[in-house]
Ligand binder design. Structure first.
Ligand SMILES: [Zn+2]
Length: 254
């Protein structure tokens, strides 16, 4: 099996780029799921989505809302989204926009969970699979330009990263009430074989790239990101965590 890597922040950034960006539209987060009572948000984003023709688009702001309100807006935007795309509470839609200054590295993590690629590095990714760039709407675009990659949700953490008795995802909101474990590894059977960049479906803040993608990243060093091998089995010496008493009331899926 090929190796996969998680993209994380570099502890020592070397590039001067600064930015202030926001996404054009957001599904609201859900204050309290009517079934499991969790507060639910997500790092899922679909920057290719264009809702400028949707009259209700002005309601699509990052805000807490009732479950019914979230469902109403989710069903309105679904026809504009990639086929089959999960639309969790808090999903970001449309391109990022804003302002930027300074020089960008070839690969940069932006705004917690968006991956930006400089145009020369984008050309080097040309033959890879599932690379969908979206150009942010900067008031004064940098030169060279940078694009955000649309990262679809695929793959999951292995069940044995979690304490025994992990719940099935809530049938209403999809949340399973689990925080991201301190030590984690992916379920190898769940990882896609036809994509070189994606985010995990159950922890959408985790961005994953293939060995082919990682080799392009290395060609453009230094970058303000770090490649961390995504484990696909339990590392030696790591025990299955024990379940603590009590229920987590606030779950942000990262
Ligand atoms: Zn729920």
């Amino acid at each position: 099996m090929t190796s996969f890597y998680e993209i994380t922040w570099s502890p020592e950034p070397t590039w001067s780029s600064t930015y202030r960006v926001s996404r054009r539209w957001h599904l609201p987060s859900v204050e309290q799921c009517p079934s499991c009572r969790a507060t639910v948000g997500s790092f899922l984003t679909y920057p290719t989505v264009d809702l400028s023709e949707l009259p209700e688009a002005r309601e699509l702001k990052p805000r807490p809302a009732s479950f019914e309100e979230y469902v109403r807006l989710r069903d309105l935007v679904r026809p504009y989204c990639p086929p089959g795309a999960p639309l969790e509470p808090g999903t970001g839609l449309g391109p990022l926009g804003g302002s930027t200054r300074g020089k960008w590295g070839a690969f940069t993590l932006v705004d917690l969970a968006a991956l930006f690629v400089r145009e020369d590095a984008l050309r080097a990714l040309e033959n890879l699979r599932g690379i969908v760039p979206v150009w942010p709407k900067f008031r004064r675009p940098p030169a060279p330009a940078v694009a955000e990659l649309q990262l679809l949700p695929h793959g999951r953490l292995a069940p044995d990263c979690f304490p025994p008795g992990r719940r099935e995802p809530c049938a209403v909101c999809g949340c399973d009430g689990e925080m991201r474990p301190l030590h984690y590894w992916a379920d190898p059977a769940s990882l896609p074989t036809d994509l070189d960049a994606f985010r995990l479906a159950d922890y959408s803040g985790i961005i994953v790239v293939s060995e082919r993608f990682a080799s392009v990243v290395r060609r453009f060093e230094p970058n303000d990101i770090t490649l961390k091998l995504l484990l696909t089995s339990r590392p030696p010496g790591i025990q299955t965590p024990k379940r603590l008493d009590g229920n987590a009331a606030i779950i942000i899926r990262r």
